[in-house]
Design a protein around this ligand. Structure first.
Ligand code: BGC
Length: 947
């Protein structure tokens, strides 16, 4: 071999070595579930959108050390060095949610492609994710060339009690000159709309554009309608309804208020803009304007609360197709553009999430009663065959009277009735209402000439289309049903705003209910975008005083400036939980001034005392506000509760200030909390640390909710809140826990809390070492308890502990009307189910660090749970096995956990077959309160504890 060859070979070897030295090995870690502003492939109007993803990898202890995001105007350009809008380069960052876009300025109507790759703990890059997209909608009011149009038929509303005018039908013929490359429809209404192109409904959504304070804002929808259109003549059409804008809202009719409907306007109006891109690159714009035509149609009555009447004989056959002759139709009215913001809808649309078959039909003198087997919110689809003019009337109820009659007393003035008049089609007729919804399990059908069967009705479950995040199952069927009931109740009440109930003449976004339940809501479904939307509503309707209203949006059903402690704090509490659950600092920044204004309001109301002494809220209606609404027995002073909430908000404000870099404000609010704490404990506790109050300050209690029962500070609600809201030193807290347990024992082992006391009750017991008592209450099946309603056949959560009892039925005069069977407030026990029973606790925003500390109880046998957090799926399962106890935990990639394994000593815990103290990825930290604590990175861990 010549020297030249040897030199060549050495050189080649060196090159190969060099290359492999320079080449990073690749990681198995991959990013999935790419989301922009909380949604997959959305249309947005945010100029600095936030990107989120989750990571998957089987390697234990895996995490992200860097990431690279590419954003391009076409899928082809989605390569490093080519991405024309943003190539972030390798960003050293462990953050995988809410990563703010920093590229070229994003343009209206444009679609963007993006992907991400992340470097793992060894600084090895993972593979690129699959590409995802986002699209910019219209970005400001100036981008709308369309005009607001409507057709005034108010005078056609008739009826003594309800004034229900028909639905306007609108249409317009358009010509498209050439091949269509793509087409987008931007559309909204003041009122409700369905949009139809060439006879086909656009999208699958219901009740668009949802409810906002229409005096300030309306949300729009964007649809890709490329496949709806064709070259040549096309028709654009729409049916409008009155909805929250012009229809009946809340209980104004019941209360006999001067204004009962039309809180924002009378005539529903449509705003629509179709933007077509032709194959040759030219663009065409088609908008609503005075050239549209209008008519009355078969939808004779249409109202959210009262229902619809549809006369199929009056159908305008072919009206929504291009060939229709609309020469006899009226011209629409063009309206001046209102001075309000028009924004893309931040939330998820309302959709028919499930179709439900009836389980039973019972014939009664007044009609056939269909049992749908499940209480839910939504509509029905009706299938009938009969003579023209047959009038089928559908009434809805949640319960039946013991004699089998439909119970409608609790609907109060909500007529909740749909009527369908047959056209007599020999092939049969199918109909569903469009612009209403009902809360029901039973449907009474009358007026049908034929015998109905189980095919006659189908239930359509309407709710915002939120991805499911929480799963929980135990060895106890009552608890499993309770969890299902909580979920069904959330579905029934998350229709664009979080409502108290879906059936009676109320359905308002009560702030107290929402603040109590928000954390539970996040655990069951991904409600980030829902609350992003509703927190805007809440701030839009914040009073000038700084108080947040009793419900949002706020039509003036109650007096202006109305508020109640326990309700008014929703502006702080809901914002805090959205920040905390989804690492959303932007929402904190956005509403920071509003939240400060609220805190100032409370400070002023406290007269510089930083607590509220008895009777501080005599000036509001009802006196003291709603207090511990629906509690049992003597009332907790509402002023004491208000003080707890004041301190609770101060703590949240301090944390939110800190996280957004306002350390002086953080210090201020910590100080406020200290003052509140001191104020409440010195004013409201006796020398033994028992809560007490000056009962005489409330006189005979008149004007207060259930004031006739008297007031005392020594209640379950008082201790539960004080513990939950961190008012105590560790010693004081233990003592308060004892008082709480004592009160439960004195009450025959039962709870006595209302809305504000029930949520913190079990967490407070657990926190003070009384998990067993928490389980006693949780597993209780006698009145009052969560189990009581389940054992009485509930399929949703009831408003009252005694919404129904065998002895008193629906409570007679006392609560027949005020008695919803689908009220999520008491469902806030879900927070304890996940946080304590399953032990999944958030430790830092976005679940970036977590604590898994289950509280097992033999009575459940086992518990399996999972939560799909914004940082990935967390699993916590535990089970009693023959010789001990087993526990499965999954920690998502890029998340660290403190895992608490309940056990006598650390020596008898095995993980994956080896002593846990030596298992890969686990670091044993020591024992605390009977738990062995391990630090863990990502991975699946199976612990077995030999007892
Ligand atoms: C609602 C409640 C609400 C309350 C105020 C009721 O009518 O249904 O859930 O919070 O009023 O006390």
């Amino acid at each position: 071999m010549c020297t030249k060859n040897i030199t060549g070979m050495i050189l080649a070897l060196l090159i190969i070595l060099g290359i492999s030295f320079c080449m990073e090995s690749t990681s198995t870690m991959v990013a999935r579930q790419l989301r922009v502003e909380y949604k997959e492939n959305p249309v947005i109007d945010e100029l600095a959108p936030r990107f989120s993803w989750i990571l998957e990898d089987e390697v234990r202890g895996q995490y992200q050390t860097a990431c690279q995001i590419l954003v391009a105007s076409s899928a082809d350009l989605l390569e490093p060095g080519e991405a024309d809008f943003w190539d972030s380069g390798k960003m050293k960052s462990g953050i995988m949610s809410q990563v703010i876009y920093q590229g070229e300025s994003l343009q209206k109507n444009e679609k963007y492609y993006w992907k991400v790759r992340c470097w793992d703990k060894n600084n090895n890059p993972g593979t690129w994710s699959n590409p995802a997209t986002f699209e910019m909608g219209l970005l400001s009011n100036a981008d709308w060339q369309a005009k607001w149009i409507g057709y005034d038929m108010i005078h056609l509303g008739k009826g003594k009690i309800y004034h229900l005018p028909p639905a306007p039908y609108l249409r317009k013929k358009i010509e498209l000159q050439g091949d269509i490359e793509s087409a987008r429809l931007y559309v909204t209404a003041l009122g409700l709309f369905e949009f139809i192109i060439n006879g086909e409904k656009v999208g699958e959504d219901y009740l668009n554009p949802g409810w906002t304070n229409y005096h300030k804002r309306v949300n729009y929808q964007a649809y890709d309608v490329t496949n709806h259109l064709m070259e040549g003549t096309n028709s654009l059409a729409s049916i409008l309804s009155y909805g929250w804008y012009a229809g009946y809202v809340g209980y104004a009719l019941l209360a006999g208020l001067p204004q009962v409907k039309g809180f924002y306007g009378d005539v529903p109006k449509l705003l629509a803009q179709l933007e077509v891109v032709y194959a040759n690159g030219e663009k065409g714009y088609f908008v609503t304007d005075g050239s549209w035509k209008a008519s009355k149609g078969p939808l004779l009555e249409t109202d959210l609360l009262e229902g619809e009447t549809y006369d199929a004989r009056k159908e305008l056959t072919g009206w929504d197709n291009p060939g229709y002759d609309d020469s006899k139709w009226a011209a629409v009215t063009e309206y001046a553009a209102p001075d309000i913001e028009i924004q893309i809808h931040p939330g998820m649309p309302i959709r028919a999430l499930e179709r439900i078959r009836p389980v039973k039909i019972t014939k009664r003198p007044e009609g056939y009663i269909f049992n749908m087997g499940q209480n839910f919110a939504g509509i029905i689809e009706l299938k009938v065959k009969g003579k023209a003019g047959e009038k089928v009337v559908l009434k809805y109820g949640e319960m039946l009277h013991p004699d089998g009659r439909l119970m409608t007393e609790n609907l109060r003035m909500a007529r909740a009735t749909d009527t369908y008049i047959l056209k007599g089609d020999p092939e049969g007729e199918t109909w569903q209402p469009r612009f209403t919804f009902h809360g029901f399990q039973y449907v009474q059908l009358s007026g049908y000439g034929s015998e109905p069967d189980l095919e006659t009705l189908t239930g359509l479950v309407l709710s915002c289309d939120h991805p499911v995040t929480g799963f929980l199952e135990t060895g106890n069927s009552m608890i499993n049903q309770l969890f299902r009931n909580i979920n069904w109740t959330q579905l029934a009440n998350f229709l664009d705003v979080p409502t108290d109930c879906p059936q009676r003449d109320e359905r308002l976004g009560w702030t107290g209910d929402a603040q109590i339940y928000v954390k539970s809501a996040t655990l069951n479904r991904d409600v980030a975008s829902f609350f992003t939307k509703w927190i805007v509503d809440l701030n839009d309707d914040q009073w000038e005083t700084g108080a947040y209203p009793n419900f949002a949006p706020t039509p003036y059903i109650r007096p202006k400036y109305d508020f109640s402690p326990g309700w008014t704090e929703a502006g702080i509490i809901c914002t805090y939980h959205i920040y905390k659950s989804y690492a959303d600092k932007r929402i904190v920044e956005k509403f920071w001034p509003n939240m400060e204004k609220f805190m100032d309001f409370y400070e002023k109301r406290s007269d510089g005392n930083y607590f509220f002494k008895e009777a501080s809220f005599e000036d509001i209606i009802p006196k003291g506000g709603f207090g511990d609404w629906l509690s049992i027995g003597k009332k907790t002073p509402p002023d004491l509760i208000a003080t707890f909430y004041y301190g609770f908000c101060a703590q949240m404000m301090a944390e939110m200030a800190e996280t957004t870099g306002k350390s002086d404000r953080a210090a201020h609010y910590r100080e406020v909390f200290d003052k509140v704490k001191h104020g409440v404990l010195s004013h409201y506790t006796d020398s033994d640390g028992k809560f007490t109050c000056n009962e005489s300050a409330y006189g005979d209690g008149s004007g207060y909710i259930a004031g006739e029962l008297g007031f005392t500070g020594h209640t379950q609600t008082a201790y539960a809140n004080a513990i939950y809201m961190n008012f105590y030193s560790p010693e004081e807290e233990m003592k308060a826990g004892e008082y709480l347990v004592e009160l439960i024992r004195q009450n025959d082992g039962k709870l006595s809390t209302g809305f504000l006391g029930a949520k913190p009750l079990l967490p407070a017991l657990s926190r003070t070492g009384h998990s067993d008592v928490a389980y006693d209450l949780f597993l209780q099946t006698e009145y009052p308890s969560w189990g009581f309603e389940v054992m009485n056949g509930a399929t949703t959560v009831w408003e009252r502990w005694n919404s129904y009892t065998h002895e008193e039925g629906f409570g007679g005069e006392r609560n027949a009307g005020m008695n919803s069977f689908s009220h999520y407030a008491f469902g806030a026990v879900c927070e304890w189910m996940f946080g304590n029973a399953a032990g999944i606790k958030i430790a830092s925003p976005g679940f970036n660090t977590i604590t898994i500390r289950p509280e097992p109880d033999q009575r459940l046998g086992f518990l399996n749970s999972s939560y799909k957090s914004i940082s990935g799926e967390i699993v916590s399962n535990w089970k009693y096995v023959d010789n001990g106890f087993s526990m499965e935990v999954k920690v998502p990639v890029n998340v660290t956990a403190s895992i608490y394994v309940p056990v006598g000593s650390a020596d008898n815990i095995m993980e994956g077959g080896i002593p846990a103290t030596r298992a890969e990825g686990l670091k044993y930290l020591g024992m605390d309160d009977g738990y062995a604590i391990f630090d863990a990175g990502s991975g699946h861990y199976s612990f077995v504890v030999d007892k």
